[in-house]
Design a binder for this molecule. Sequence first.
Ligand SMILES: [Fe+2]
Ligand SMILES: [Fe+2]
Length: 179
Amino acid sequence: MRASADGGGGDVPEGVYGASRAAHRRAFYECVSDLLEEPEVRRMGAHRQHGETSRLKHSLNVAYYSYRVAKALRLDCRSAARGALLHDLFFYDWKECGLTPLGHARLHPHIAHTNASCVTDLNEVESDIILKHMWLCSRDRPIYGESLIVTLVDKMCACAEALADVPVKGGRGRRRQGP
Ligand SMILES: [Fe+2]
Ligand SMILES: [Fe+2]
């Protein structure tokens, strides 16, 4: 679950472009390590989200990149990471429930928020992140910069994950990237 320590910084000395990738990963995992110990959070690993990507992997992708963007913009990167990690904390199968895609898009943020509230005490930013992350599909507009970041990063990660296993013509399929 923990990030590897390789960092991938190449020959660039740490500090030239800010903290190294390994340092960012360490700081990120310090923000969410308690949540990753929670059985309900780990349970997301058994559920598929986009393509072959599990819900836990998707949530980690969204959390890590939201953390990096929020940190670069000097926003509350800890709340961005924690809210994003919990933004899809639901376990129902929307097709089995007879929901339409739009119905699911509007319902699951509320289910996730209820579930996340049972896992940890949510602050206002984290609550807004979870409840508003489907903005544009839902009419619940984010009121915090961190929430706006998560809703955009969520959509980018969903596209990348869905396309990750599509074979590239004349070559091998792309490998998924993540924190
Ligand atoms: Fe979602
Ligand atoms: Fe998501």
